[in-house]
Ligand binder design. Sequence first.
Ligand code: ADP
Ligand code: MG
Length: 465
Amino acid sequence: MSPQELKDIWQQILSHIQLKVSKPHFITWFQRTCVLDINEQGVVTIGAPNGFQQTWLTSKFYPDIFKAAKTVYAPTSKIIVKVEAALNNPSDPRIIDIARLNTNDKSSKSPSKNIPTVKTSSLNPRYTLDNFIVGEDNRLAFAASKAVSDAPGQNYNPLVIYGGVGLGKTHLLQGIGNAISKKFPKKRVVYSTSENFTNELVEAIKTRKAKRFQEKYRMVNVLIIDDIQFIANKTQTQVEFFHTFNTLYNDGRQIILSSDRPPREIKLLEERLKSRFESGMLADIQPPDFETKTAILRAKTQERGQLLPTDLLRYIAENSGDNIRELEGILTQIIAKVELQNQIPTINVVKEIIDKSYNNGAHPQERVKRNINHDDVINFAAEHFDLSPQDIIGAVRKKEVVVPRQICMYLVRKELNYSFERIGEIFGKRNHSTVIHAYNKISSEVKKDKNIVRYVNALKRELAL
Ligand code: ADP
Ligand code: MG
């Protein structure tokens, strides 16, 4: 079967499943999935972006998937779910935008003739600023979101929110969109992902409707583009986006963007776009700390009409990773247990759920390190801080060099578990007490110094630690 046929089949299967599964579940577990293959025996192989979704799709949704697949494609004999890491890239062509699944067919049946179709419905009402939990790590991003939704186009323009996967960027962007639509019903709010923007542009050019595309995007009051980093490397999209940006900006319209890293660090993004993005408000979201995680868990349990003991919530917060989507997944499984068995699961059961959830993927507590050694850390840091590797391991004691050096020592110890002696050896034959001092210093600074937090996170991200 051709890739397009597989995609069509999966789209139909998803439409069936969607009717059976609650929306949050559907989005959490079916996003970025695809059909990889259907063989002659009728075995349908489904791809999931991580082990987490794989486990959940196989254990919980097998009957729904199987039934839907059978309806759509009668020869279906069996479903297999495999991890397909490439699906983590949202612009992978096999991915179906499930947020648009149900609106799709309706809108294609009744296309409005003259008005360019502006889909305000791509806002998901589930995401609001009210149900966003604020902690130290996202306080700035939240405050900026609130300010923008109170007075769009006035102060923070553009607003760029950046941070790692599953930390709440989409939630905030959608929350702003929903708040503005509610407060200013006349304003045209458009939410789109950068892949979507790109796809529409390509389609518009192919069908000679570029003008309509431009009208659509240049007529809005509030333009929200999620995951802007994906326009890197796409020259034509960048040119078009630049013009859209200028038109809106000069007219005092609000622009809101998200990115998985600071604009400066998006490689292959035009300089003029970087500087536009930096001209407004840049707000980062850091990985949630223990307090924020516990608060999120408590809020989400209440949202689902459940009550779980605090020590259990704390246990989950302590033993899970940074990604809040995964955290929600774990909670969903625990709540399912509570509902099914009518009793609070023991810590052991919870532990099992957590372990299983990270099965195949990287368990945050015992992450399988890729083949990374101290040289990688030093080289990355050198590039990041614009130094030479020699500077980093050398004897120079200027502040510009000392801090990166200490960060490197810290990362090599914390992430790669080298002994203090060995680190001293590598970093210019220093005494191990110097290394311990550096380690302690950075350990305490990552708790309070925002710049250090940023550096450490940027390096960890580049190294995929
Ligand atoms: P990102 O876009 O950064 O990858 P999302 O916005 O999709 O992350 O967040 C992942 C999930 O975690 C969503 O279901 C979102 O509602 C939830 N979430 C993230 N941060 C928070 C928060 N501070 N409060 C409540 N829910 C959150
Ligand atoms: Mg997102």
